[in-house]
Design a protein around this ligand. Sequence first.
Ligand code: CO
Length: 279
Amino acid sequence: MAARLSASPLISYAALIPLLSCRAATVRYPFPFSGRSLLSFSSKTLTVARDATAMDVSARARRGFASQVDDFASPDDLCFEAPLKIVEYPDPILRARNKRINTFDENLKKLAKEMFDVMYKTDGIGLSAPQVGVNVQLMVFNPAGERGEGEEIVLVNPKVYKASTRTLFFNEGCLSFPGIYADVERPASIKIDARNITGARFRVTLSGLPARIFQHEFDHLQGILFFDRMTEDILESIRSELKALEQKYESRTGLPSPESIGKYERTQRRNEIAGFAGR
Ligand code: CO
């Protein structure tokens, strides 16, 4: 999600040398796990987690559920090249399925760090992994939008289990739609369930700006973009800007735009995403 702040000085950082990161050593945690015991992270806890994984995988294999492992992101799915680049609408990466994560390793931490780097650099307050070309269930945000201020939040495999019936309109931007801002209606508060960067599962209630950012990024993880939720009138106010992005994509790639802001497609999509998660 883009902050509507005037351009702050870009933070210069040393990530100018491209870095391919994907084949780091992996530690797989069981999924789902029973919770509590992993909330502290002593080396002893990690050892327990590894043992539990081994049992979990072999038990699954015996029961014939081994194919479910394919639902999770593989190390290849988590490959990225730093510095990250923002994927813009209408790139089909933004509509692709995002796999769940069950490997909480150094590579994942590096990816989250790189996402914060590009988010601050582009004046964002939230960013989802598909927006940097990595189709996995990961988002980062910091409502303060400045490194060293506010709180950096990393959420893995988030789920909304309750949303308030009260909704609010709020002027949103999106780093995948540079310079485009418009009102989007969303629930005022939500209860979510997620894992943090170390794999610990937690539940939290969000309201205010954090609830807004979370829901925008959560939509990205379902392949939903902010204009999908705009009313027809509001959409009309940015239609020409969306068209311009489609044309930019076509001239850059030489391919036809994979989607267009035509009325028919949008009606279809709005019907598909009708309602809010967790209601
Ligand atoms: Co966005």
